[in-house]
Design a binder for this molecule. Sequence first.
Ligand SMILES: [Zn+2]
Length: 110
Amino acid sequence: MKVSCEIIKDLLPLYHGGVCSNESKTMVEEHLAYCDSCKAELQAMDEDLPINNTEQNLNEAEAVKKLSRRWKKGMNKSLLKGILITIVIIALAALVLYSFMDFRILPKPY
Ligand SMILES: [Zn+2]
C-alpha cells in the first residue's frame, strides 16, 4: 500500500514518540523503507531530541546557579549579622570582664 509523504509526515512525530498504533507504525516503517525524504525527516527528529534536552539541562543549570547565587547572598547577609552580633557580645563580655577584673585587681585602699 502506497501512502503519501504528507500522511507519513503527519504520523512521524507520533511514530517517533512511540505513541501511534501498530497499524500506523507498520505503515510508517513500510514507507520509510523506500522513501528517503521521510527517513531524513525521522532522522532530523532523532537529532532534535538531544539538542532540546541539552538546552533544557543548560536552562536548569542556569536556574540552579541563580538560586545558589541568591542563597549565597542570603548566607553572606546572615553571616554578617552573626559576626556583628558576636562582636557586640564579645565587646560586652570584655567590658564586664574588664570591670570585674578591675574591681578585683584594684588594690584595696588603706
Ligand atoms: Zn515519504
